[in-house]
Design a protein around this ligand. Structure first.
Ligand code: ZN
Ligand code: ZN
Length: 228
């Protein structure tokens, strides 16, 4: 990511967020050409799981009922992508929202989905926001909104705090977030919405967040995440 201040770039030349090599030229995604070329080209149109080629039905999600109509991810949540997401979420590297959000928008442009009407971040519980100091999904949603020319609507709320999903098993994750989301009472929703989150693991969070939007009046809900 080039900075506005050329002196800053002189002393701190922009580097690839994945491999840290010095970026030559544009580097629009703060990612070098090599790392950009390694990102998967296909992902399951239903659950967003990156695939080496388009496989139908997708082996990862064929047994699941998902409330969202389509999903996409930039890459699998492992290796270099896991390191970058962890820096972003837990390492206070808020600036990574820019490149990660742009990579999500780049991926979204290839999905061939119908025209979306707004971007809705999956909300962070207040307690978690206080600990982290920023809402990682909201920042990504803002970058995507800018890139795709869509408004960002923060209409979802976590109706109850949910313990972190990371230490829970598969079924517990689904129970943990069941009915955890609702649309703020003073807001109405309509149209095709793009739900944005940093990660999609079991899909439980996105499933219930999308279900809340659909029952409040959204026509369809699509999902974009960084890591799957
Ligand atoms: Zn690189
Ligand atoms: Zn799938």
């Amino acid at each position: 990511m080039g900075h506005l201040n050329p002196l800053f770039d002189l002393f701190f030349p922009p580097r690839c967020i994945f491999c840290c090599s010095r970026l030559e030229g544009e580097g629009a995604f703060s990612t070098c050409e090599k790392c950009l070329a390694k990102l998967p080209v296909h992902c399951c149109h239903r659950c967003g799981h990156p695939l080496p080629e388009q496989i139908d039905p997708c082996p990862v999600c064929r047994d699941y009922k998902l409330s969202f109509h389509g999903a996409c991810a930039v890459d699998l949540y492992r290796g270099r992508m896991k390191r970058v997401v962890q820096k972003y979420k837990y390492g206070r590297q808020k600036h990574l929202a820019g490149p990660l959000g742009k990579l999500m928008a780049r991926r979204l442009k290839k999905c061939g989905w119908p025209q979306l009407s707004a971007v809705v971040p999956v909300p962070l519980h207040r307690q978690r926001l206080l600990e982290r100091g920023y809402d990682q999904s909201l920042l990504l949603a803002q970058v995507i909104g800018d890139e795709l020319g869509l408004p960002v609507r923060t209409v979802l709320v976590r109706s109850r705090p949910t313990p972190s999903q990371t230490k829970l098993g598969h079924n517990e994750r689904w129970q943990n977030v069941r009915d955890a989301f609702s649309v703020l009472p003073e807001h109405t929703v309509s149209g095709r919405l793009l739900l944005v989150d940093d990660l999609l693991t079991t899909g439980a969070t996105a499933h219930f967040a999308a279900a809340a939007l659909l029952s409040a009046g959204a026509q369809e809900v699509y999902l974009a995440v960084v890591g799957r």
